[in-house]
Design a protein around this ligand. Structure first.
Ligand code: NAP
Length: 250
C-alpha cells in the first residue's frame, strides 16, 4: 500500500485530498495543527473503507516534521507521496507589514514545505520513486494580491521550490510538481477578515469562465493525478486549476 503524507489536511483542500487519496487506495497520513478536524478526516476515510492516521504536524517546527516523518518511515518505509498543502493567507496592509508578519507567512507557506520534504528524501531516494506536490496559488503564478504581498511572494517562491527540487531529484526517480488553485471554497477563501468572504466569493464566481468558484475536490483530483503513474513524465510544473480564471477576458 502506498503512503501519502498531507499537511494541513484537517480542512479545505488538504482534507479533500486526504479523502481522494483514501479512495485511491493509499494509506493516508493526515497531519495538521487542528487535531479534532484531523481526527474527523481520518474517521471519514476509515468509514469509506480507507486507511488513515492522524499526526500533529506544525510545519513551522523542524523537530516536529523530522519526528513525524521518522515515525511513518519506521512503520511503513519510504513515503511515496507528500502533499505540501498547509498554508495561511493573512491580510496585512504594507504599513503594518513587520518583519515578524512577513517571516511568519514565509515560515508556514514556503519553508514549511521544505521542512516536511527534507527528512523524507533519503528514504525516497533509496526507493528511487516518489512524488511531491506543493500548493502554490493564482496569487503566486499570475496575479499580485494587494494587502497580501508576503503571501504572493511566498506562493511565487513555491514555483522556484518546485523547479529546483524537480531538477535535483529527477534522477532519483522523484517527481515534484505544484498546483496553483484559483478561488476555491474553503475557510481560507471565505474568511471575511483575510480574504474574499462569502459575498466576494459569489462575485468572483460570476467572472470565472466556468461560472463558479472551485470546490476543494476540484483541486484534490488533480493532486491525486499528479501523484499517479499517469503523470510519470511530468515534473517541475505548476498547474493552474482555476476554472479558466487566468485565461478569462473580463
Ligand atoms: P484552509 O482551509 O485554511 O486549510 C489550511 C490548513 O492548513 C488548515 O487546517 C490550517 O490550520 C493548516 N495550517 C495552518 N498553519 C499550519 C501550520 N503551521 N502547520 C500545519 N498546518 C497549518 O486552506 P485551503 O484554502 O484549503 O488552502 C490549502 C492550500 O491551498 C494553502 O496552501 C493555500 O494557500 C492554497 N490555496 C488556496 C486557495 C483557495 O482559494 N482556497 C487558493 C490558492 C491557493 P488553521 O485553520 O488553524 O490555520
Amino acid at each position: 500500500m502506498k503512503t501519502v503524507l498531507i499537511t494541513g489536511a484537517g480542512i479545505g483542500i488538504g482534507r479533500a485530498s486526504a479523502l481522494a487519496f483514501g479512495q485511491a487506495g493509499y494509506r493516508v497520513i493526515v497531519t495538521d495543527i487542528l487535531a479534532d478536524e484531523g481526527a474527523a478526516a481520518v474517521k471519514e476515510i476509515a468509514d469509506a473503507g480507507g486507511t488513515a492516521e492522524f499526526y500533529h504536524l506544525d510545519v513551522t517546527s523542524t523537530d516536529n516534521a523530522n519526528q513525524v516523518v521518522a515515525k511513518i518511515e519506521t512503520a511503513y518505509g519510504a513515503i511515496d507521496t507528500i502533499v505540501c498543502n498547509a498554508g495561511i493567507a493573512h491580510k496585512v496592509p504594507l504599513e503594518d507589514m513587520t518583519d515578524e508578519k512577513w517571516d511568519f507567512t514565509f515560515d508556514v507557506d514556503l519553508k514549511g514545505m521544505f521542512r516536511v520534504i527534507r527528512p523524507a528524501l533519503a528514504q525516497m531516494k533509496k526507493a528511487n520513486t516518489g512524488s511531491i506536490i506543493c500548493l502554490s496559488s493564482c496569487m503566486g503564478v499570475m496575479y499580485g494580491w494587494d494587502e497580501h504581498v508576503h503571501y504572493s511572494a511566498a506562493k511565487a517562491g513555491v514555483v522556484g521550490l518546485v523547479r529546483g527540487l524537480a531538477n535535483e531529484l529527477a534522477r532519483d526517480g522523484i517527481k515534484v510538481n505544484g498546483v496553483a488553485p484559483g478561488y476555491i471554497r474553503t475557510a481560507q477563501l471565505l474568511s471575511e477578515k483575510h480574504s474574499l468572504g462569502e459575498e466576494g466569493a459569489q462575485k468572483a464566481g460570476a467572472f470565472i469562465p466556468m461560472g463558479r468558484i472551485g470546490q476543494p475536490d476540484d483541486i484534490a483530483d488533480v493532486i491525486v493525478f499528479l501523484a499517479s503513474e499517469k503523470a510519470r513524465y511530468l515534473t517541475g510544473q505548476v498547474i493552474s486549476v482555476d476554472g479558466g480564471l487566468g485565461v478569462g477576458r473580463y
